[in-house]
Design a protein around this ligand. Structure first.
Ligand code: PBG
Length: 330
Protein backbone atom coordinates (compact mmCIF):
# COMPACT_ATOMS: atom_id res chain seq x y z
CA UNK A 1 0.00 0.00 0.00
CA UNK A 2 1.25 3.43 -0.71
CA UNK A 3 0.07 7.00 -0.36
CA UNK A 4 1.56 9.36 -2.80
CA UNK A 5 5.05 8.12 -3.37
CA UNK A 6 5.53 6.85 0.21
CA UNK A 7 4.51 3.48 1.62
CA UNK A 8 2.00 3.61 4.47
CA UNK A 9 2.86 0.16 5.60
CA UNK A 10 6.56 -0.23 6.28
CA UNK A 11 7.92 -3.63 7.18
CA UNK A 12 11.12 -2.08 8.42
CA UNK A 13 9.40 -0.36 11.37
CA UNK A 14 9.19 -3.70 13.17
CA UNK A 15 12.87 -4.24 12.54
CA UNK A 16 13.81 -0.79 13.76
CA UNK A 17 15.57 -1.86 16.95
CA UNK A 18 16.36 -4.91 19.01
CA UNK A 19 13.41 -4.68 21.38
CA UNK A 20 10.90 -4.46 18.54
CA UNK A 21 12.51 -7.38 16.75
CA UNK A 22 12.27 -9.35 19.98
CA UNK A 23 8.57 -8.54 20.34
CA UNK A 24 7.67 -9.65 16.83
CA UNK A 25 9.90 -12.72 16.72
CA UNK A 26 7.84 -15.78 15.78
CA UNK A 27 10.16 -18.64 16.68
CA UNK A 28 12.79 -19.38 19.24
CA UNK A 29 15.65 -21.79 19.55
CA UNK A 30 16.34 -22.95 23.09
CA UNK A 31 18.71 -25.48 24.60
CA UNK A 32 15.51 -27.46 25.26
CA UNK A 33 15.32 -28.21 21.56
CA UNK A 34 18.70 -29.88 21.18
CA UNK A 35 19.51 -33.58 21.06
CA UNK A 36 23.16 -34.56 20.88
CA UNK A 37 24.21 -37.68 18.91
CA UNK A 38 27.20 -39.44 20.47
CA UNK A 39 29.45 -42.15 19.07
CA UNK A 40 30.76 -44.67 21.57
CA UNK A 41 33.59 -47.14 20.99
CA UNK A 42 35.33 -50.01 22.77
CA UNK A 43 38.67 -49.67 24.54
CA UNK A 44 39.93 -47.22 27.10
CA UNK A 45 41.08 -43.62 26.86
CA UNK A 46 39.71 -43.40 23.34
CA UNK A 47 38.72 -40.10 21.80
CA UNK A 48 39.10 -40.95 18.17
CA UNK A 49 38.51 -38.22 15.66
CA UNK A 50 36.41 -38.77 12.56
CA UNK A 51 38.14 -37.26 9.52
CA UNK A 52 34.97 -36.20 7.72
CA UNK A 53 33.40 -34.82 10.92
CA UNK A 54 35.97 -32.46 12.44
CA UNK A 55 35.31 -31.94 16.15
CA UNK A 56 33.27 -35.12 16.52
CA UNK A 57 34.85 -38.03 18.40
CA UNK A 58 34.21 -41.67 19.10
CA UNK A 59 34.55 -41.94 22.83
CA UNK A 60 35.26 -44.99 24.99
CA UNK A 61 33.08 -45.70 28.00
CA UNK A 62 35.67 -44.73 30.62
CA UNK A 63 35.54 -41.20 29.20
CA UNK A 64 31.85 -41.11 28.38
CA UNK A 65 30.56 -39.58 31.59
CA UNK A 66 33.00 -36.66 31.38
CA UNK A 67 32.24 -36.30 27.68
CA UNK A 68 28.53 -35.96 28.37
CA UNK A 69 28.74 -33.90 31.57
CA UNK A 70 28.94 -30.49 29.81
CA UNK A 71 25.77 -31.31 27.88
CA UNK A 72 23.97 -32.13 31.12
CA UNK A 73 25.26 -28.96 32.77
CA UNK A 74 24.09 -26.88 29.84
CA UNK A 75 20.65 -28.45 30.06
CA UNK A 76 20.56 -30.44 26.85
CA UNK A 77 17.56 -32.72 27.41
CA UNK A 78 18.72 -35.86 25.62
CA UNK A 79 21.52 -37.66 23.84
CA UNK A 80 21.30 -40.25 21.05
CA UNK A 81 23.79 -43.10 21.27
CA UNK A 82 25.52 -44.75 18.32
CA UNK A 83 27.88 -47.65 18.95
CA UNK A 84 30.95 -48.54 16.92
CA UNK A 85 30.99 -52.32 16.84
CA UNK A 86 34.35 -54.00 16.23
CA UNK A 87 34.43 -56.03 13.00
CA UNK A 88 34.94 -59.21 15.04
CA UNK A 89 31.48 -58.78 16.59
CA UNK A 90 29.67 -58.05 13.34
CA UNK A 91 27.86 -60.82 11.50
CA UNK A 92 25.24 -61.24 8.78
CA UNK A 93 22.33 -61.14 11.25
CA UNK A 94 23.55 -58.39 13.56
CA UNK A 95 23.48 -60.79 16.51
CA UNK A 96 25.43 -58.41 18.73
CA UNK A 97 22.44 -56.03 18.70
CA UNK A 98 20.68 -58.49 21.00
CA UNK A 99 23.51 -58.89 23.48
CA UNK A 100 22.32 -57.36 26.79
CA UNK A 101 25.92 -56.44 27.53
CA UNK A 102 26.74 -54.86 24.18
CA UNK A 103 28.43 -51.47 23.94
CA UNK A 104 25.18 -49.57 23.50
CA UNK A 105 23.60 -51.18 26.57
CA UNK A 106 26.68 -50.57 28.70
CA UNK A 107 26.75 -46.93 27.57
CA UNK A 108 23.10 -46.32 28.35
CA UNK A 109 23.34 -48.00 31.76
CA UNK A 110 26.34 -45.89 32.61
CA UNK A 111 24.68 -42.63 31.59
CA UNK A 112 21.35 -43.47 33.20
CA UNK A 113 23.16 -44.27 36.40
CA UNK A 114 25.17 -41.01 36.45
CA UNK A 115 22.64 -38.68 34.92
CA UNK A 116 19.18 -40.04 35.73
CA UNK A 117 17.48 -36.91 34.36
CA UNK A 118 19.18 -37.07 30.97
CA UNK A 119 17.09 -38.64 28.21
CA UNK A 120 18.77 -41.53 26.45
CA UNK A 121 17.79 -42.35 22.89
CA UNK A 122 18.81 -45.64 21.32
CA UNK A 123 19.02 -46.03 17.56
CA UNK A 124 17.24 -49.18 16.41
CA UNK A 125 18.73 -50.54 13.19
CA UNK A 126 21.16 -53.32 12.47
CA UNK A 127 23.80 -51.42 10.50
CA UNK A 128 26.19 -50.99 13.45
CA UNK A 129 26.12 -54.77 13.91
CA UNK A 130 25.94 -56.34 10.45
CA UNK A 131 28.98 -57.30 8.41
CA UNK A 132 27.20 -56.03 5.28
CA UNK A 133 26.30 -52.60 6.70
CA UNK A 134 22.56 -52.88 5.99
CA UNK A 135 19.89 -52.01 8.53
CA UNK A 136 18.11 -55.34 8.26
CA UNK A 137 18.70 -58.99 7.47
CA UNK A 138 19.58 -60.11 3.95
CA UNK A 139 18.14 -63.18 2.27
CA UNK A 140 18.67 -63.98 -1.40
CA UNK A 141 20.42 -60.67 -1.90
CA UNK A 142 17.60 -58.52 -0.51
CA UNK A 143 16.96 -56.91 2.84
CA UNK A 144 13.91 -58.85 4.01
CA UNK A 145 11.24 -57.04 5.94
CA UNK A 146 9.33 -59.36 8.21
CA UNK A 147 12.30 -61.25 9.58
CA UNK A 148 14.19 -57.98 10.09
CA UNK A 149 11.44 -56.46 12.22
CA UNK A 150 11.53 -59.47 14.56
CA UNK A 151 15.19 -58.78 15.24
CA UNK A 152 14.69 -55.01 15.41
CA UNK A 153 11.95 -55.42 18.01
CA UNK A 154 14.25 -57.63 20.06
CA UNK A 155 16.99 -55.00 19.69
CA UNK A 156 14.61 -52.27 20.89
CA UNK A 157 13.64 -54.37 23.90
CA UNK A 158 17.30 -54.99 24.69
CA UNK A 159 17.88 -51.24 24.67
CA UNK A 160 14.80 -50.48 26.76
CA UNK A 161 15.88 -52.99 29.40
CA UNK A 162 19.28 -51.28 29.53
CA UNK A 163 17.68 -47.97 30.41
CA UNK A 164 17.01 -46.26 27.10
CA UNK A 165 14.07 -43.93 27.59
CA UNK A 166 13.36 -43.62 23.91
CA UNK A 167 13.97 -46.12 21.13
CA UNK A 168 14.37 -44.64 17.68
CA UNK A 169 13.91 -47.07 14.80
CA UNK A 170 15.95 -45.74 11.88
CA UNK A 171 15.73 -48.85 9.74
CA UNK A 172 12.67 -47.99 7.58
CA UNK A 173 11.25 -51.52 7.54
CA UNK A 174 7.46 -51.74 7.29
CA UNK A 175 5.56 -52.52 10.45
CA UNK A 176 8.52 -52.14 12.77
CA UNK A 177 6.88 -49.56 15.01
CA UNK A 178 3.94 -51.85 15.76
CA UNK A 179 6.22 -54.82 16.32
CA UNK A 180 8.44 -52.79 18.66
CA UNK A 181 5.46 -51.40 20.58
CA UNK A 182 3.97 -54.86 21.08
CA UNK A 183 7.28 -56.34 22.12
CA UNK A 184 7.97 -53.56 24.61
CA UNK A 185 4.49 -53.74 26.09
CA UNK A 186 4.59 -57.51 26.50
CA UNK A 187 7.72 -57.01 28.57
CA UNK A 188 6.18 -54.30 30.74
CA UNK A 189 8.15 -51.51 29.03
CA UNK A 190 5.06 -49.50 28.23
CA UNK A 191 6.75 -46.25 29.26
CA UNK A 192 9.51 -46.56 26.70
CA UNK A 193 8.82 -43.98 24.02
CA UNK A 194 9.19 -44.57 20.30
CA UNK A 195 10.69 -41.80 18.21
CA UNK A 196 10.32 -43.12 14.72
CA UNK A 197 12.57 -42.09 11.87
CA UNK A 198 9.39 -42.00 9.78
CA UNK A 199 10.53 -40.05 6.75
CA UNK A 200 14.10 -41.16 6.35
CA UNK A 201 15.50 -40.64 2.88
CA UNK A 202 18.11 -42.64 0.98
CA UNK A 203 20.55 -39.77 1.23
CA UNK A 204 24.11 -39.03 0.24
CA UNK A 205 24.35 -36.85 3.34
CA UNK A 206 24.91 -39.88 5.60
CA UNK A 207 28.41 -40.51 4.24
CA UNK A 208 30.41 -39.12 7.17
CA UNK A 209 28.22 -41.01 9.69
CA UNK A 210 29.03 -44.26 7.94
CA UNK A 211 32.72 -43.33 8.19
CA UNK A 212 32.26 -42.74 11.91
CA UNK A 213 30.51 -46.07 12.39
CA UNK A 214 32.86 -47.99 10.14
CA UNK A 215 29.88 -49.33 8.20
CA UNK A 216 30.52 -47.31 5.05
CA UNK A 217 33.24 -49.54 3.67
CA UNK A 218 31.17 -52.62 4.43
CA UNK A 219 28.01 -51.46 2.72
CA UNK A 220 27.18 -53.40 -0.42
CA UNK A 221 24.89 -51.49 -2.73
CA UNK A 222 22.62 -48.80 -1.35
CA UNK A 223 19.60 -48.52 0.95
CA UNK A 224 17.07 -47.53 -1.71
CA UNK A 225 14.80 -50.54 -1.18
CA UNK A 226 13.93 -49.30 2.29
CA UNK A 227 14.88 -45.63 2.69
CA UNK A 228 12.75 -43.08 0.83
CA UNK A 229 13.35 -41.61 -2.59
CA UNK A 230 14.48 -37.96 -2.22
CA UNK A 231 12.05 -37.12 -5.02
CA UNK A 232 9.02 -37.90 -2.86
CA UNK A 233 7.03 -35.74 -0.50
CA UNK A 234 3.44 -37.11 -0.29
CA UNK A 235 4.95 -40.47 0.54
CA UNK A 236 6.51 -38.97 3.67
CA UNK A 237 3.04 -38.16 4.94
CA UNK A 238 1.97 -41.73 4.34
CA UNK A 239 5.00 -43.01 6.26
CA UNK A 240 4.24 -40.71 9.18
CA UNK A 241 0.56 -41.69 9.19
CA UNK A 242 1.47 -45.38 9.32
CA UNK A 243 3.97 -44.91 12.11
CA UNK A 244 1.51 -42.93 14.20
CA UNK A 245 -1.13 -45.58 13.65
CA UNK A 246 1.36 -48.21 14.75
CA UNK A 247 2.10 -46.37 17.97
CA UNK A 248 4.93 -43.90 17.36
CA UNK A 249 5.03 -41.19 20.04
CA UNK A 250 7.26 -38.85 18.06
CA UNK A 251 8.25 -38.75 14.42
CA UNK A 252 11.37 -37.67 12.63
CA UNK A 253 12.40 -36.35 9.25
CA UNK A 254 15.92 -37.01 8.05
CA UNK A 255 18.14 -35.47 6.68
CA UNK A 256 17.34 -32.00 7.95
CA UNK A 257 18.11 -28.83 6.05
CA UNK A 258 17.47 -30.15 2.53
CA UNK A 259 14.12 -31.52 3.77
CA UNK A 260 12.62 -28.55 5.63
CA UNK A 261 9.67 -28.69 3.24
CA UNK A 262 8.88 -32.20 4.47
CA UNK A 263 9.07 -31.11 8.10
CA UNK A 264 6.60 -28.33 7.43
CA UNK A 265 4.15 -30.66 5.70
CA UNK A 266 4.37 -33.22 8.50
CA UNK A 267 3.84 -30.56 11.13
CA UNK A 268 0.87 -29.01 9.37
CA UNK A 269 -0.85 -32.30 8.72
CA UNK A 270 -0.30 -34.21 11.94
CA UNK A 271 0.53 -31.67 14.65
CA UNK A 272 2.45 -34.31 16.58
CA UNK A 273 5.89 -34.06 18.20
CA UNK A 274 8.17 -33.73 15.19
CA UNK A 275 11.93 -33.92 15.11
CA UNK A 276 14.62 -33.63 12.49
CA UNK A 277 18.15 -34.89 12.19
CA UNK A 278 20.74 -32.42 10.98
CA UNK A 279 22.88 -35.24 9.68
CA UNK A 280 26.58 -35.86 9.39
CA UNK A 281 26.86 -34.53 5.83
CA UNK A 282 25.22 -31.27 6.83
CA UNK A 283 27.65 -30.99 9.71
CA UNK A 284 30.59 -31.79 7.43
CA UNK A 285 29.59 -29.16 4.87
CA UNK A 286 29.27 -26.47 7.46
CA UNK A 287 32.47 -27.41 9.26
CA UNK A 288 34.38 -27.29 5.96
CA UNK A 289 33.12 -23.77 5.36
CA UNK A 290 33.95 -22.72 8.93
CA UNK A 291 37.45 -24.11 8.66
CA UNK A 292 38.00 -22.18 5.46
CA UNK A 293 36.74 -19.00 7.01
CA UNK A 294 33.91 -18.92 4.48
CA UNK A 295 31.05 -18.85 6.97
CA UNK A 296 30.78 -17.47 10.46
CA UNK A 297 30.58 -20.54 12.67
CA UNK A 298 28.50 -19.31 15.59
CA UNK A 299 25.96 -17.41 13.54
CA UNK A 300 25.55 -20.16 10.99
CA UNK A 301 25.02 -22.85 13.60
CA UNK A 302 22.27 -20.89 15.32
CA UNK A 303 20.59 -19.85 12.08
CA UNK A 304 20.60 -23.39 10.74
CA UNK A 305 19.01 -24.71 13.93
CA UNK A 306 16.45 -21.92 14.16
CA UNK A 307 15.37 -22.90 10.63
CA UNK A 308 14.24 -26.26 12.01
CA UNK A 309 12.09 -24.55 14.60
CA UNK A 310 10.57 -22.31 11.94
CA UNK A 311 9.84 -25.37 9.81
CA UNK A 312 7.88 -26.87 12.69
CA UNK A 313 10.26 -29.03 14.68
CA UNK A 314 10.03 -29.62 18.40
CA UNK A 315 13.67 -30.50 18.46
CA UNK A 316 16.73 -31.29 16.38
CA UNK A 317 19.37 -33.98 16.56
CA UNK A 318 22.57 -32.12 15.80
CA UNK A 319 26.29 -32.64 16.15
CA UNK A 320 26.39 -28.93 16.97
CA UNK A 321 24.28 -29.42 20.10
CA UNK A 322 27.08 -28.57 22.50
CA UNK A 323 28.26 -25.54 20.49
CA UNK A 324 24.71 -24.30 20.14
CA UNK A 325 23.92 -24.79 23.83
CA UNK A 326 27.02 -22.82 24.80
CA UNK A 327 26.06 -20.02 22.45
CA UNK A 328 22.49 -19.97 23.72
CA UNK A 329 23.63 -19.83 27.34
CA UNK A 330 26.21 -17.09 26.82
C1 PBG B 1 21.48 -46.01 10.43
C2 PBG B 1 21.58 -44.56 10.63
C3 PBG B 1 22.17 -43.68 9.73
C4 PBG B 1 22.17 -42.43 10.34
C5 PBG B 1 21.54 -42.57 11.58
N1 PBG B 1 21.17 -43.89 11.73
C6 PBG B 1 22.84 -43.92 8.43
C7 PBG B 1 22.22 -44.71 7.40
O1 PBG B 1 20.99 -44.86 7.33
O2 PBG B 1 22.96 -45.24 6.60
C8 PBG B 1 22.76 -41.20 9.73
C9 PBG B 1 23.05 -40.09 10.65
C10 PBG B 1 23.98 -39.07 10.08
O3 PBG B 1 24.32 -39.08 8.89
O4 PBG B 1 24.38 -38.21 10.87
N2 PBG B 1 20.38 -46.70 10.63
Amino acid sequence: MSYGSFPLSRARRNRHDAFTRTLVRENQLLVDHLIWPIFVCEGTQQQQSVASMPGVVRVSLDLLVEHVRPAVELGIPAVALFPITPASLRDARGTEALNPDNLMCRASKLLKDRFPELGIIGDVALDPYTDHGHDGIIENGRVVNDLSIEVLAAQALNQARAGNDIVAPSDMMDGRVRKIRETLDEDGQQDTRIMSYSAKYASAYYGPFRDALGSGGLLTGDKKTYQMDPANSDEALLEVARDLEEGADMVMVKPGMPYLDIIRRVRDKFKVPTFAYQVSGEYAMMMAAFQNGWLDKDKTILESLLAFRRAGCNGVLTYFALDAARLLRS
